[in-house]
Design a binder for this molecule. Structure first.
Ligand code: AP5
Length: 206
């Protein structure tokens, strides 16, 4: 099984595609955003350190992220990296402990991600992701999967979303050229309905 990176701006749909890829293909899902939110919720020293960066829409320092990921995946195969790597230094660090076989770049314009993030809601209990416009829950405010209450992520406020996008353009967008040079980048249009995006990603992985 191959190691796959999902790359794309905030709100591109990385988490949405990842949860289905994990269900259908059995990848080990490594979402650094989810791992950090768990640390914050548990109030660990790492969570306390990460919280401020996340609330401002800044990146958590590379060495913190690399040691977190390394503990989870050392030399494993069949890993789906979601939201990682996010800087060239993280990509170089990752190569020191495992390989990357395919990078799927979810391409979508800024206006569309801003729209998506303003209407995103997540389950405060199990983390399932919804959208009030495109993927609403069956019952308003309630998770279909576990019945938990749906909440808005702190970093989905418009001013933080704007900062996250700037940080993405400055630090993460260069990874497109980085992986293109290695010949492993696959571009997928992510401004289509979720089913179409999933199909295009699955095709890119064949
Ligand atoms: P993280 O949680 O990774 O946030 P992100 O990369 O900004 O991505 P999002 O989770 O916001 O969006 P997504 O692409 O997963 O989209 P989703 O599927 O939810 O990181 C959060 C923070 O943690 C960072 O800002 C940073 O501080 C820190 N961090 C994390 N990793 C780090 C790292 N490696 N290094 C340093 N710091 C790190 O979809 C969005 C919405 O759109 C949803 O409502 C969904 O229902 C909807 N939607 C999805 N697909 C579609 C579609 N095709 N059509 C219409 N709507 C759709």
């Amino acid at each position: 099984m191959r190691n796959v990176v999902l790359l794309g701006p905030p709100g591109a749909g990385k988490g949405t595609v990842a949860s289905r890829l994990v269900r259908e293909f059995g990848f080990l899902h490594v979402s650094t955003g989810d791992m950090l939110r768990e640390e914050v919720a548990r109030g660990t020293p790492l969570g306390q350190l990460a919280q401020g960066y996340m609330a401002r829409g800044e990146l958590v320092p590379d060495e913190v992220i690399l040691s977190l990921v390394r503990q989870r995946v050392d030399a494993q195969k069949g890993v789906l990296f979601d939201g990682f790597p996010r800087t060239v230094a993280q990509a170089e660090g990752l190569e020191r402990f495992t390989s990357v076989d395919v990078v799927v770049f979810l391409e979508v314009e800024r206006d569309e991600v801003v729209r998506r993030l303003s209407s995103r809601r997540v389950c405060g209990t199990c983390g399932a992701v919804y959208n009030l416009v495109t993927q609403p829950p069956r019952e308003p405010g309630k998770c279909d999967r576990c019945g938990g209450a749906l909440i808005q992520r702190e970093d989905d406020k418009p001013e933080v979303v704007a900062r996250r996008f700037e940080v993405y353009m400055r630090d993460s967008a260069p990874l497109v050229a980085y992986y293109e040079r290695r010949g492993i980048l696959r571009r997928v249009r992510a401004d289509l309905p979720p089913e179409d995006v999933f199909r295009a990603v699955a095709e890119a992985l064949r």
